[in-house]
Design a protein around this ligand. Sequence first.
Ligand code: SIN
Length: 533
Amino acid sequence: MDTIRTDCLVIGAGLAGCSYAHCASQLGMSVTLVCSNELSKGANSQWAQGGIIFDTSLNAEQLKRDIISASDGTSNPEAVDSLVEHGQEAVQSLLLDELNVPFDREKTGDLKYTREGGHTDRRIIFSKDLTGLAILTNMHEHVVGLKNVSVLTNTVAVDLLTLSHNSLDPLDKYKPITCIGAYVLDTQTGNIRAIIAKKTILATGGMGQIFQNTTNQEGVVGHGVAMAKRLGARVIDLEYIQFHPTVFLKKNCPLFLVSEAVRGEGGVLVNSEGKAFMDTIHPMKSLAPRDIVARAIHQELISSGESCVYIDLSSMKSDFVKERFPSIYQRCFESGVDIAKEPIPVAPAAHYSCGGVFTDLKGRSSVLNLNAIGETACTGLHGANRLASTSLLECLVTAKLTAEADCQDVRSANFHLPAVRDWESPDESPDEVLIQQDMRLIRSTMWNYVGLIRSSRRLHRARRILLELEQEISEFYSGNRLTRSLIDLRNAVRTALLVVHAASLNSESKGSHFVVVGDDEVDTLAAATDEIK
Ligand code: SIN
């Protein structure tokens, strides 16, 4: 079997993975960066529209309060302090000085600022409505040119390697569980290779694609969480799945995110009768924290029986709408809605996983030499609900702190990195129809029973369906040649079960996890959404 040896194996080439590669390379470590597609597609960071908090020093205490308040008082204060302390410098040095990302600027050359839900200040910088894309395009060009960084595209991690499970030395089973890299699949040749690493960094993004309606990229099903959990790593807060309140929703048209910045610039949520229903729900009205807005919309849909609410843009000049939100304008237009003249039909969809692989503030998981960063990780920063525009910032900050800590270890510690067993795989090709059908079942089960409103009966039903499915999938997995879709499916069902399990153990409604005690809730949203799909 083909084997690569490296200091750091980074799995995932979104903002977290690429920032880590950048910092590690600067610190003189060798990096193998694995990307499941071509670099230019596949990362959630690319689709982040709104922006990134920059001025963390300006009114820092108020920013901390906003993060904690959005989380319903559950954020880890140390993680909040760390983000606020290191955020500004991380944006300045990497995004502004090194990459020269084209953020929007005033005529004077100063950065422009915007606002999103839960923010009491305009402290977010942005690049039109494609901030993630602007950052990642520059970042990817930068990363491929970096010394010591080798990028493997179209390569999917299959499973993590440990001393105790995969070493050819039988005595290694007596060692503590220690990660030493991963088996990866080259999706173009079908070959499996081992990448043996001193440090393995999970940066696979979130898990939105385990839900029927989501803002996430294809294949984002919690790969990092599933792989880490199979190794015995601690995963936490998985019940806290954040639903973005406003995703474009029109019959027979693609779903896509409609940034909170649209409301930050004056868009108002209204129902089909034009009533601004958020006015009576929260003092911040349409700009309340996401969990509150998403549930209010859900409630509105239940009482009206409609499939969507609307963002009314009439307070903005049409030229401003087109100039400030060109991509949202274009995508709505392609679906027959001219947002310079009419409101945007929207409904909530799964967006961000606040939980993940438990780590300290330097990315270290509970398994030796296994790190997680970005959305895959959970430092407790977001608690039960994330404040808008903190995710890209978190990627930069934790990637840097993790790379620095890893560098110290790599310089000072001895690493035992033995040869590992060859991967054995059957030749049988998997049946794609079965894979697609199983994936649809996972996504509809999660959407209908583990969505915005949960109950013990719904969670119980989801668990039964998913457990049976997991059994089938595991037989299917061991009897077939590995493909990307089979790996997605296996990890999706595991992640879904972990979310259901976490949700079932937590009977307290907080932030994005909302459980009804009785089972008399009539979920017309699921029915309405099913109808228009
Ligand atoms: C948005 O633009 O509304 C999404 C950005 C984020 O999730 O922080």
